[in-house]
Design a protein around this ligand. Structure first.
Ligand code: F6R
Length: 613
């Protein structure tokens, strides 16, 4: 939901800002802009460009040789207030053009603030909520220092904001502020950065400071100062980021999504190996101090959004089967409006790739208020959710750039399954022998994922065959049921084809009426407890002349009698099978989107990190 970057350096920053924006483009891509203070010129003023469209459109407007300056800020937008248009693109200026602002988030009290500013004679150039910040700073700067002004303005704003601000009055200083929207500092050598996310600054520094809620930062090329909104100085040490810069690049693949699909064997391997110790037992070091509390839980509540919610649904099957503890999986955006029942015997798990999803974060806060024991299952070190939960269990997927989540999903499922095994042992519900057998099996998954990926070309041919079908159904049961949702979501979000996920047993309660000889149903029918039931459900569709694309277990000859097309996956225990069966669904969505000429990595109307409610 919008990406911001700022840089103060001793060299030209315009190229750094454009490059950073490209790495943040997954956060929004309907308009973009940047402003720098040019080095030359008799009287200092901002040099800026903004445009509707993607960063590439902005780039064509900028000749880096002419657009030079050692301090600047940039923005890539996902519209909330005001249509995507040049006038609404950031940065936004005060009337006197002495203050420039970029913003990610929503200023909830902007209407009231704008009314006051208009009465006091300010002229607005956009329909955005952001612009009030520039005008308010213009008023405060008459009386206070830039730092004092920003601190005062942050105290009157409500809602969520990560801000980048430059004052002409202090042309070598970059300011940032954070409240409910992500913002990091990149501590460079003779240059410093602020950005919405780490990949934006990775080419320049690996030293990252995670700005806390309610902090204002002041950066020069050589110095970093952090303060509370109340003006008190704060201290923070940089964290060294381990991600390789190549992880945040396409590496020869046509799209990030395809690269990330193909990274799953190694991403899952990293996520699994972290939680299995040298004795072949599950170990969650970050939970060591919480063991006694965990033993007292009588209920688990999982909350997440979108794909992460689907991972939670898989987790429920494993946790209930192995731990015999009731598990509820709640959509984060519904959770806190539902008056949830929570207490200090509830284990609350918030799943989020980004760790910044506003609804998941809000649900976590609700759970904390109710004294539940809170655990984050997250991919991004230092993100908001990880900092607010009692403890964090990380996935080791590496940076996920494509808007459509793939490798984060399989890593989330892997870690949830390992967590279920660990918890079952802790609660005394699982023998050591069974634990070892389960962990031995999960270790075979990365190799099996590699085998599934070999079907990519074959799946491309299915995508071409079915690309014009306007509707798809995805059906499955038990552990694979959440993959029916996930497969449908992937197809919808990147190919814009309507698709629905259903529990296979539900077909005859309504959706079967949709089936005819033009209607494809993707069925997950791997060898499992519910295999025979799945075959019956497939027969019901075939009897209505429906088209069946089956995901089946290698060596299953019988299914050939029913399915029009089959994608085989290696055999594994049912509990681990969703890790394998989702890959063909990801690839089917990917190849369909490519065949339809869609923008795979940046689907319309979406953005990766949903930091607004
Ligand atoms: C779909 C997708 C989204 C995210 C959801 C939660 O492909 O990526 O549905 O899963 O927005 O995001 P995180 O996991 O960052 O909280």
């Amino acid at each position: 939901m919008c990406g911001i970057i700022g840089c103060v350096s001793k060299r030209n920053v315009s190229e750094i800002i454009i490059n950073g924006l490209k790495r943040l483009e997954y956060r929004g891509y309907d308009s973009a802009g940047l402003a720098v203070i040019p080095d030359s010129g008799h009287k200092k003023s901002f040099h800026f460009k903004k445009t509707a469209g993607k960063i590439s459109a902005l780039e064509t407007l900028i000749n880096h040789a002419d657009f030079t300056g050692t301090i600047g800020i940039g923005h890539t937008r996902w519209a909330t207030h005001g249509i995507p248009a040049e006038k609404n693109a950031h940065p936004h200026f005060s009337c006197d053009k002495e203050v420039v602002v970029v913003h990610n988030g929503i200023i909830e009290n902007y209407e009231e603030l704008k009314e006051g500013l208009l009465k006091r004679g300010h002229k607005f150039s956009s329909d955005t909520d952001t612009e009030v910040v520039a005008h308010l700073l213009e008023e405060y700067i008459r009386k206070y220092s830039p730092l004092g002004s920003l601190q005062r303005v942050t105290r009157i704003l409500t809602g969520s904001f990560a801000l980048g601000v430059i004052f002409l009055k202090e042309p070598q200083t970059l300011y940032g502020a954070r409240c409910n929207s992500p913002l990091i500092i990149g501590a460079g050598d003779g240059e410093n950065f602020i950005a919405s996310d780490v990949p934006a600054v990775l080419p320049y520094t690996r030293k990252i400071i995670y700005i806390d809620e309610g902090q204002v930062v002041r950066l020069t090329a050589d110095k970093i100062n952090i303060f509370g909104f109340d003006g008190h100085p704060h201290r923070a040490l940089p964290t060294e980021i381990k991600w390789d810069i190549k992880d945040a690049e396409k590496g020869g693949y046509p799209h990030f999504m395809l690269k990330e699909i193909f990274e799953q064997p190694s991403a899952v391997e990293s996520s699994i190996s972290y939680y299995i110790n040298s004795k072949g037992c599950g170990e969650f070091k970050s939970l060591a101090n919480l063991k006694e509390r965990i033993k007292k839980i009588n209920r688990i509540v999982i909350t997440a959004c979108g794909t992460a919610w689907h991972a939670g649904l898989v987790g429920k099957y494993a946790l209930e089967e192995l731990c015999r503890v009731p598990v509820e999986v709640s959509i984060a955006s519904e959770f806190r409006y539902g008056n949830p029942v929570l207490d200090n015997h509830t284990l609350f798990v918030a799943i989020s790739q980004s760790g910044e999803t506003a609804d998941t974060l809000a649900a976590l806060r609700e759970a904390k208020c109710a004294k539940a024991l809170t655990i984050a299952l997250c991919n991004v070190v230092g993100s908001s959710i990880t900092r607010e939960a009692d403890s964090t269990v990380y996935t080791y997927a590496g940076p996920e750039i494509s808007v459509a989540s793939t490798k984060a999903y399989t890593c989330q499922i892997s870690v949830l399954l390992l967590f279920a095994v660990y918890l079952a042992r802790l609660l005394g519900n699982l023998s050591s022998k069974k634990e070892k057998q389960l962990l031995k099996e999960i270790k075979t998954i990365p190799g099996k994922l590699k085998t599934v990926l070999k079907s990519s070309d074959e799946i491309r041919s299915f995508a071409h065959k079915y690309k014009n079908a306007p509707n798809f159904m995805y059906i499955a049961r038990r552990y694979n049921f959440p993959n029916a949702y996930e497969g449908a979501l992937k197809l919808k979000e990147i190919s814009y084809t309507h698709a629905e996920g259903y529990g296979a047993g539900e077909m005859k309660h309504g959706p079967l009426a949709l089936v005819d000889n033009t209607f494809p149903t993707v069925t997950i029918a791997v060898k499992s407890l519910v295999y025979e039931k799945m075959l019956s459900n497939i027969q019901e569709i075939k009897a209505r002349r429906g088209i069946i694309i089956a995901v089946a277990t290698e060596g299953d000859e019988y299914i050939k009698h029913m399915a029009d097309d089959i994608i085989y996956v290696p055999e594994t225990q049912e509990m681990f099978s969703p890790l394998l069966t989702v890959l063909p669904l990801q690839l089917l969505a990917y190849h369909t989107a490519v065949a339809k000429g869609r923008n795979v990595d940046q689907p319309r109307n979406l953005a990766k990190s949903v930091t607004v409610e």
